[in-house]
Design a binder for this molecule. Sequence first.
Ligand code: ZN
Length: 153
Amino acid sequence: MSGAPKFCVECGGRLAVVREEGRTRRRCRRCGWTLYGNPVPAAVALITRGGRLLLTRRARPPYAGTWDLPGGFLEAGERPEACVRRELREELAMGIRQARLVDFALDRYGPKGFPVLTMVSTAGNPVPGDRVSRAAAVRAALGQRQVTPGSGR
Ligand SMILES: [Zn+2]
């Protein structure tokens, strides 16, 4: 839990590291609020053409210059398919006819970052916009290595 908050979001009290149910958590000494470290939901799109997979190169921090599947974090109340549509519009100025949920992936946002639960969908034709420095189709690498948002791997 490196980089985890040290203070309670409810009362501002200092969090103590505790062991519970075989896991390490942080708990407020003052009010008992517990940081469970639940994964943050994200959604990405698999856009393939001719056996090649579209990846985007991050133009901005964090992890500028690293390669990602197009996508991002869900807003409150947003369904994964709607998140994929919004992110593709924002990142690639791309509209899609449909997004279909096909799988889930567990990862972290960067090597020591918070846990992420990524919902993986399939979607349609990319047109690069200004939020990515470069968009390129590369041979589909899924199955050979894990590719999830922000991992840079
Ligand atoms: Zn507290």
